[in-house]
Design a protein around this ligand. Structure first.
Ligand code: ZN
Length: 349
């Protein structure tokens, strides 16, 4: 901290500069932009890092990770935010492409941060599907270290260093499971940073989040889509996410390009197309919500890819301009970021 000496006719005062000049800031970084379980060109799986702080700590007093796809650990290290510095991790839903990086992240924390602190894992409580299965974030957390416990690897590590937690990385997770509500409700708070959530449609237990800070606000839509699983309907976007986004500065949202639609020629399964929000409809939604920026992530298809998994892209690989023009077609007049791994946005700009 640089202290400042102010002098006036009554004498001199030593003023800590953080309390006088440090301006609050919010930093949003996409830690992974791959859409769905396929791999393409080394892209990491879904995730967004949201950081709040001030000029003097480079917006890193509070570090929140939303979703933890494959490769999140590596992207966080590139974003100069080691896994051990995360205060809380939030999951939008239990699909593996949004969660599979967590085991790696927690194992790293177990190796070098067993003394704590624990990390909050904020997610939906157990959700029963009408088809009979149950999606459970709590069980996922409880069993996060199981393969390495069962293989004996953890016992071997503990024999070398008994300062690590004997129960493995699950002991470092503090699960904050909540029952998603239909209207936004607060689910986590630290100082001036408030996170709220709303239940939204994709798979059972899917939720979307909003972070409010003195430097601005950001919505993490996840893979949300419309309540009606297919047309006829006004839009592919989520009414719940739209309500959550009202007046937000930034919306980060998974998207699918209209080129994958059943009216084109990709052969992409219509039910999967219809359960995502199209880039065009997200442009309309962001405009209605009054957002200043829209960050597209979880791009289906990835930029430049000739195929999405086994499905060919009609007309060949898409460019950033193809996604931007789809958003502008929806009427959005704000800033568009077509996400790549480590794309970031800082507020205030
Ligand atoms: Zn999903």
């Amino acid at each position: 901290m640089n202290n400042i000496i102010k002098c006036a006719f009554l004498g001199c005062l030593l003023i800590p500069s953080t309390s006088v000049f440090a301006a609050p800031c919010l930093n949003i970084t996409l830690t992974g932009t791959q859409g769905g379980p396929p791999v393409f060109n080394g892209q990491a799986g879904s995730g967004t890092l949201v950081q709040f702080g001030d000029d003097e700590n480079n917006c890193s007093a509070v570090n929140l990770q939303f979703d933890t796809g494959r490769g999140t650990t590596q992207r966080l290290s590139q974003a100069k935010t080691p896994v051990g510095k995360l205060n809380a991790i939030f999951l939008t839903h239990m699909h593996s492409d949004h969660t599979e990086g967590l085991a790696d992240m927690m194992q790293l924390r177990w190796h070098f941060g067993s003394a704590g602190p624990k990390v909050d894992l904020v997610c939906s409580g157990d959700t029963q599907s009408p088809k009979g299965y149950v999606l459970s974030c709590e069980k996922f957390a409880q069993h996060i270290g199981d393969p390495l416990i069962k293989s004996g690897e953890m016992a071997q590590r503990l024999a070398e260093n008994n300062k690590r937690l004997p129960g493995g990385p699950a002991e470092l997770i503090n699960v904050n499971a909540f029952k998603p509500s239909e209207t936004p409700a607060e689910v986590w708070k630290s100082g001036d940073v408030v996170v709220s959530a709303v239940g939204s449609r994709h798979i059972p237990g899917h939720v979307s989040y909003r972070v409010d800070t003195p430097a601005g606000s950001v919505v993490i839509g996840g893979d949300a889509g419309n309540d009606a699983p297919k047309p006829p309907r006004k839009t592919s976007t989520s009414a719940q996410v739209e309500a959550l986004s009202m007046g937000a500065d930034v919306i980060v949202h998974s998207t699918i390009h209209p080129v994958m639609g059943p009216d084109k020629d990709s052969g992409f399964p219509p039910p999967i197309y219809f359960r995502q929000s199209t880039a065009t409809d997200l442009g309309s939604m962001a405009q209605r919500a009054g957002a200043k920026h829209l960050m597209l992530t979880h791009l289906i298809p990835p930029l430049g890819a000739k195929r999405q998994g086994p499905y060919p892209i009609p007309g060949g690989g898409l460019t950033e301009a193809d996604y931007e023009s789809a958003v502008v077609d929806g009427g959005f007049e704000g800033g568009v970021i077509v996400g790549r791994d480590l794309s970031s946005l800082r507020l205030p700009q």
